[in-house]
Write a protein that binds this ligand. Structure first.
Ligand SMILES: *Cc1c(COP(=O)(O)O)cnc(C)c1O
Length: 375
């Protein structure tokens, strides 16, 4: 079977982990510091903190963004978000006691629809979540314009949280995601481009927020203070247990050297599909613009009669899947029902095919042949 996902684990990761395990210190220590420094170098940006998952990172980011601005009664505070994503994007909104307001998607990219977003920004808006679907960047330029407009109209600028879980290696106008003035959250979960086993990264626009997050990821305690382990320090703001440990950091560091090569291969395979699936009956390809580079974590297309498509590919040893189910259909969010005509128009055609670093030239040709034969 040509799989949709594969864990990218460097062969030295075991040795690195073993060194940590035998070192007598396996919590958050020197390896976490080293991993964070390496990530700063990669992103070209100093203000970031690692956490134990992107879900924790999104929770923390929302917690921080929702508390920075006084708003009308908390019961009405809402977060504008996309329904087409992993539940990890949206359940932290509920966990923070905030309301969800669904925004439709752009059917040509599967990213959030910026026009619908602009229409829905209101005095109740606490934050905006966007997801770079498959690693293809949201139009952050237009998003910045919409925020500017909202600020003039409403007198405040809602915080934007970019879910970059699919998007390690993506760039918008030449810069890595996380450098466009918003909070950005990456995932180092098992099957993401860069894995630390489990882990996440929160990138902030400013030093002050990163410093606050560094406290809040570990109960609100400053680990750099000599009295922090003797519990002698006051905790002015409560925090969480969201920190990364040295075991996970060692895995992340071991894999960091491979990730550029892997992302490049994902992109090559995606470019191959862009060319060779063009015009195939029953298939609609997504839009690609030259001002941004996708991380191509997934290769998503729209296929007519999706279940037949998936069954045909499976019969020819090719995995295919919608990957994420639209989030607005679940019982736990039934009170937030919204009309989402664009999502409705594509939801039952969304499917991803294997494009990863493990897909060989012969395999991608096989995938194209099978799809061209029809289903
Ligand atoms: C994987 C994923 C997450 C969650 O990441 P974890 O590190 O597993 O918490 C969040 N959002 C999206 C879009 C994802 O694909």
């Amino acid at each position: 079977m040509i799989t949709l996902f594969k864990v990218a684990m460097n062969e030295n990761a075991g040795k690195s982990v073993s060194d940590v395990l035998q070192s007598g210190f396996i919590g958050q220590g020197p390896r976490v510091e080293e991993f964070e420094q390496a990530l700063r170098d990669r992103l070209g940006h100093p203000h970031l903190v690692t956490v134990n998952s992107a879900t924790s990172g999104l929770h923390l980011a929302l917690h921080m963004a929702a508390k920075t601005r006084p708003t009308p009664a908390d019961a009405t505070a809402e977060v504008l978000t996309t329904p087409l994503t992993c539940t990890a994007t949206n359940w932290p909104i509920l966990a923070n006691g905030l309301r969800i307001r669904w925004v439709d998607i752009d059917p040509t990219t599967l990213n959030i629809d910026i026009d619908d977003l602009a229409r829905k920004i209101s005095p109740r808006t606490r934050a905006i979540m966007v997801v770079h679907w498959a690693g293809y960047p949201v139009d952050l330029d237009r998003l910045a314009d919409v925020l500017e407009e909202a600020e003039q109209r409403l007198g405040f600028r809602p915080a934007v949280i970019e879910d970059c879980a699919h998007a390690w290696g993506a760039t918008f106008q030449g810069l890595p995601l996380g450098r466009h003035g918003n909070i950005a959250v990456y995932s180092f979960q098992a099957i993401k481009h860069l894995t630390s086993g489990d882990g996440g990264l929160v990138v902030f626009p400013d030093q002050q927020s990163a410093d606050r997050a560094r406290l809040l990821r570990w109960f609100g305690i400053d680990r750099t203070r000599s009295d922090s382990f003797r519990c002698a320090e006051d905790i002015p703001e409560y925090g969480f247990k969201f920190h990364m440990n040295d075991i996970n950091a060692a895995i992340g560091l071991a894999n960091l050297g491979d990730v550029d090569g892997h992302v490049a291969r994902h992109r090559e395979n995606a470019a191959y599909f862009d060319t060779h699936l063009q015009g195939v009956p029953g298939v609609t390809l997504l839009d690609r613009k030259p001002d941004r580079e996708s991380a191509a974590w997934l290769y998503t297309l729209l296929a007519e009669r999706r279940s037949d498509f998936i069954a045909r590919l499976a019969a020819r040893n090719i995995a295919a899947s919608p990957v994420h189910q639209r989030n607005d259909v679940h019982g736990c969010v039934s009170e937030y029902g919204a009309s989402l005509p664009m999502l409705d128009s594509v939801a039952d055609r969304i499917v991803s095919i294997p494009c990863g670093w493990w897909v060989t030239n012969a395999e991608r040709e096989h995938i194209v042949d099978v799809i061209r034969e029809g289903w």
